[in-house]
Design a protein around this ligand. Sequence first.
Ligand code: PLP
Length: 409
Amino acid sequence: MIKINENFLQLEENYLFSTINKKVSEYQKENPNAKIIKLGIGDVTRPLPQIVVEAIKKSADEMGNINTFRGYGPEQGYEFLKDKIIENEYKNLGIKSNEIFISDGAKCDTGGIIEIFNPNIKVGIMNPVYPVYLDTNVMYGTAGKYDQTTKQYSNIIYINSTENNNFLPKPSELTEIPDLIYICSPNNPTGVAMNAELLKSWVEFAKQNKSIILFDSAYKAFIEEDNIPHSIYEIEGAKEVAIEFKSYSKTAGFTGLRCAYTVVPQECVANYKAGEKDISLNKLWNRRTTTKFNGVSYITQRAAESIYTEEGKKAIKENIDYYKENAKILLDGLKKAGIQCYGGINSPYVWLKTPNGISSWEYFDILLKKYNIVGTPGVGFGTNGEGYFRLTAFGDKAKTIEAMERLTK
Ligand code: PLP
């Protein structure tokens, strides 16, 4: 008899975005004249820069010409893109071409990487968190059993990210040692970013305990403060203990085009049994990639390459600056309305504390019904998100201004 992977039964139903959509459409139906402003989306809204569009057209033409047509490409990505990544993102950091894996998204890679580890390891995940890390651990069997009362999985080490530590947990706060640690900086959903000193303490912790850090910096393009690393490899020794995920989604508006990359340094090793020879994680990820992943299309990789031209850099900076201005509008407006908030400086996300201790969902209803503004209840990202709310800077500028005017009036 065919049987399912029972781990899937341990998944907590995620009603977050479907509940939001349902509530919004019901309200809109009852109030057809309400001008609802959506500040909940985590997707970009600015179109692709012209130079990216030109690169797509040019490479599409190449695919239609017998002399320049390309079939299956290398699953790990074309050298032309990897060279540009090394030159522009890892200058002087010693990252080599065979350590870079071009992919169709940081979601797939942060979600798939767990497969190269033993399902019996202890995984450390921040609470609140980008839900993909947790759910993919549940599917793989690393998370253990779900407890309806605590709303936690038995085998996950939850790393508290709360107001008490400014949403920036330190390794010294851990009560148990994780073998694998997910760090997202700048963070979704809290919008805060780890400085070099804090990141260094995590790298040292990982080295001491033979743990591996999975460092997701999908929002690194939003970093503006000097002491915030754009790559974990800026920290000495990180190549031995960290795998890094980067994405063109938020950096260059590629959410619809799909391109990202993962760096697995040669120095990164792990074992399967004490006393046995260390095994290269790069080798395992390479094997996994060539077996299960088809690679990113030639056209998309040429599009990604184009953002490293002078024109490309200028165009993506303009888009990021647009969102950053929105983030500032949100921060200023919320402060004026007397609402305590975090993030929004090195990040497109503003994480606000709901007034008078009301729940995330109560605040959602107030914002929707009283101000016609839609955001994301923090509790949807984990139990520590209760009493918090996420707004994003990815919307239209005029509408972001209007939303803040409604709140401050
Ligand atoms: N990592 C984080 C923290 C995210 O918030 C997101 C998207 O929202 C992703 C990864 C997904 O990136 P991609 O579009 O490259 O799959």
